[in-house]
Design a binder for this molecule. Structure first.
Ligand SMILES: *Cc1c(COP(=O)(O)O)cnc(C)c1O
Length: 418
């Protein structure tokens, strides 16, 4: 069972000031979770989470995570600019991009960010663009093949296919990049890899860590380079469905520690810092898309039309992703009506739920669409001339703060030449 972090009374009050649809985030939940992550990796003195800005690029959120000791992981020029304006500086910024426009290397370097190179050829790009290479550089590794997690009740489970992914360097290229960078003046190195997305298994990070730790030991030996950190990147998932078990970050941290002590410590590499670049795990459960039922339609199926659309939350339309829905005030009512809950786009994929069993929904009911805190608002778009919604923060004291106002037609028209 998933419980919303706002009640019907709160939603109705908020709706008087900020009309639906809106995204709302739970400060308490975000802070508690960030602290749990930090505690799970407290055994590693250099540990740092670099929040993946692309998941929720909202200053109110970035500042809050900054207060919890997080850095930021940027993928583009505007994310770098936003991070700077939020007060992030130097090595509190990771720049993990790919097919990188050269001006973005310049910006990242100007901020003193750690640059994470996606390809061997980017060593030359960096040298030519900056006239030198930074003292600290990270390289993204792609081990190829299939990434298989062996520990599951159902047997072996293929999680993802790095061999089909556009990211990162091959193993020989990784050593070549290190050697070349060292010759050009780099002193400290990081290794990064992102092998599977939204994993629901405490085994993902430990399995990835074992691969990267072993790789670090070998590459350090081959090249003589100093590996200063290992970046486990993102990919720790959350249970979107109410019957899925959540990851246990304490267990994950412990298992990574065991791998560290087994592989890095005996190699004399016990000064290696662990970094993470989590997005979904940090924010997804602590965001709701709040929307009002505005129409009901009875044709071959039963439809509930809401005032949000795929322009506010794209995941169901593009991935068929499940997002749980709670009808506020009817939490305990019988779920005896089967609905498609749909938005107003002229696009039949604009469905938040298909054949979902819910309580009887009446016009005016307020629906919470769960787990929209990451890759929710940020994937939004303006199709059908739909305007982006507001983003609100439910503060720990129960008050509500506006972090981003809703777009107006003027915003939509602002780039047009008439
Ligand atoms: C998207 C992304 C992340 C965050 O991924 P989550 O699945 O949200 O944890 C981290 N690092 C990089 C390089 C990414 O592209």
């Amino acid at each position: 069972m998933k419980t919303p972090f706002i009640t019907l009374e709160q939603a109705l009050t908020i709706r008087q000031t900020y009309p639906t649809p809106f995204h709302i985030y739970d400060e308490r939940g975000i802070r508690d979770n960030a602290r749990a992550l930090k505690a799970a990796f407290a055994w590693n003195p250099g540990f740092k989470e670099y929040f993946a800005v692309k998941a929720t690029p909202t200053p109110g959120i970035l500042k809050l995570l900054g207060e919890e000791g997080c850095g930021v992981d940027c993928s583009s020029l505007t994310e770098l600019m936003m991070s700077e304006r939020c007060g992030f500086r130097g090595q509190d910024i990771m720049f993990s991009s790919n097919e990188t426009p050269l001006e973005e290397f310049v910006m990242a370097d100007k901020l003193g960010a750690v640059i994470n190179l996606d390809d061997l050829t980017h060593v030359d790009c960096l040298k030519e663009t900056l006239g030198r290479v930074p003292e600290t550089v990270c390289c993204r590794f792609n081990p190829g093949g299939a990434f298989v997690l062996g520990k599951s009740d159902e047997g072996f489970q293929v999680m993802d296919n790095p061999g089909q992914a556009k990211y990162g360097m091959t193993r020989p290229q990784l050593a070549q990049a290190f050697t070349k960078l060292r010759e050009l003046g780099t002193k400290h190195f990081g290794i990064h890899a992102f092998l599977a997305s939204n994993t629901l298994s405490n085994e993902y990070y430990p399995a990835l860590a074992r691969i990267l730790f072993q790789t670090a030991v070998e590459v350090a030996e081959e090249t003589g380079c100093h590996v200063a950190f290992i970046n486990l990147s993102g990919g720790v998932g959350i249970p979107y469905r109410p019957d899925q078990p959540a990851n246990d970050i304490q267990v994950i941290g412990e298992e990574v520690r065991r791998a560290y002590e087994k592989i890095l410590t005996p190699a004399g590499m016990d000064d290696v810092a662990i970094y993470t670049e989590l997005g979904r795990f940090m924010l997804a459960p602590y965001g709701h898309l709040v929307t009002t039922a505005v129409h009901e339609k009875h044709i071959y199926k039963e439809y509930i039309g809401v005032d949000a659309s795929a322009a506010n939350l794209m995941r169901p339309a593009i991935y068929g992703a499940y997002h749980h829905i709670t009808v506020l005030g009817k939490e305990n009512a019988a779920q005896n009506h089967q609905y498609d809950v749909v938005g107003s786009l002229c696009e039949n994929s604009d469905k938040f739920a298909i054949d979902r069993m819910l309580p009887k929904i009446d016009k005016g009911d307020v629906l919470v669409i769960h787990d929209t805190g990451a890759h929710g608002f940020s994937m939004g778009y303006n199709y059908n001339g739909k305007l982006r919604s507001a983003e609100l923060l439910l503060k720990e004291d129960g008050s509500v703060e506006l972090m981003r106002r809703a777009e107006t037609p003027d915003d939509y028209f602002a780039t047009l030449i008439w």
